[in-house]
Design a protein around this ligand. Structure first.
Ligand code: PMP
Length: 306
């Protein structure tokens, strides 16, 4: 995800030139992972640039802040508007949007309730990691030797920077072992998610996904998949998934803002189903990309024009 500089970054209420969006090295968030962020995408649609699932992302941003006790000096509507303004002023079509709130400069104790809270929104052009080839053929994943954090250690439901050390370990191990991505088990040994994606699999014709209690991040794309499955009358089961179900399922895919809906063709070098994109994955992808392209009506109003 190479950063291509844009014109402006929104910082604490105003748009500042990209190169002036700076912070001090003694910023609390840099030392202790005390920052909350979002990953959002805007797409070039037939009717202009539109942000996908903006309200769901803004809601999760505020929920993550609430979980770690970060009091934002802005209201959700102000952040929502700032996101749209930043994308608009940077003149993007396809782009990535990164809102971040963090304990700022002023106090360096671990407990720093008195430190200021800074908020920024960066946007940059981005087309995604995976091209049409991966969308069709899928990727190879391996189960990590790392585990997701136990539920009483770190708040998996919050998109907090500190949690992402776990994701980095999982992703690095997967690459070192020759996989595109890693899957992580929860502390009880059940399947949790990918390093930065939620997991779905098809078993006995039904879509299965781990529940929120399996130390997952409750992905926005996951909720879109659940809605599309309901719309398409695809039965869904949210249940604890034993590792071996990954080896005998008919289909599997990852969901996420970056991954979109990405088929998995093998797990631990064992082929998933016929080792190519399966019919349920294909239907969900067609609906998802159909909504983005305008071929399918945006009945749930997932797109917000900038
Ligand atoms: N799990 C983790 C750990 C993630 O970082 C992400 C990416 N935000 C996801 C799942 C997928 O979430 P979303 O669909 O909201 O991007």
């Amino acid at each position: 995800m190479k950063l291509i500089p844009s014109t402006y970054v929104w910082m604490n209420g105003e748009l500042v030139p990209w190169d002036r969006a700076r912070i001090h090295v003694l910023t609390h968030g840099l030392h202790y992972g005390s920052s909350v962020f979002e990953g959002i995408r805007a797409y070039a649609t037939a009717t202009g640039t539109a942000v996908l699932a903006l309200d769901a992302h803004v809601l999760r941003f505020f929920q993550s802040c609430k979980i770690i006790g970060l009091a934002l000096p802005f209201a959700p509507d102000e952040i929502r508007e700032a996101i749209l303004e930043t994308v608009r002023r940077n003149g993007h079509d396809n782009c990535y949007i990164r809102p971040i709130a963090f304990r700022g400069y002023g106090s360096l104790g671990v407990f720093a309730d008195d430190s200021p809270v800074d908020v920024a929104i960066g946007t940059f052009p981005w087309q995604g990691h995976f091209g049409p080839d991966a969308r069709e053929k899928g990727i190879e994943v391996g189960v990590s030797s790392w585990r997701r954090m136990a539920p009483d250690t770190l708040p998996a439901m919050a998109k907090v920077a500190g949690n992402y050390v776990n994701s980095q370990l999982v992703a690095a191990e997967a690459r070192a072992n020759g996989f595109h991505e890693g899957l992580v088990l929860d502390v009880a040994g059940y399947v949790s998610e990918g390093s930065g994606q939620n997991l779905f699999l098809v078993h006995g014709g039904r879509l299965h996904t781990p529940p929120v209690g399996a130390s997952i991040l409750a992905g926005v794309t996951r909720s879109l998949v659940l809605q599309m499955a309901a719309d398409l009358s695809i039965p869904v089961v949210q249940m604890r998934i034993p590792r071996e179900m990954l080896y005998i399922c008919e289909e599997a895919f990852l969901s996420g803002t970056a991954a979109e809906i990405l088929p998995i063709r093998s797990v631990d070098r064992k082929p998933v189903g016929s080792a190519s994109r399966g019919p349920i994955t294909t239907r969900l992808q067609e609906r998802f990309f159909g909504i983005l392209s305008g071929e399918h009506a945006d009945t749930h109003r997932w797109l917000t024009a900038v």
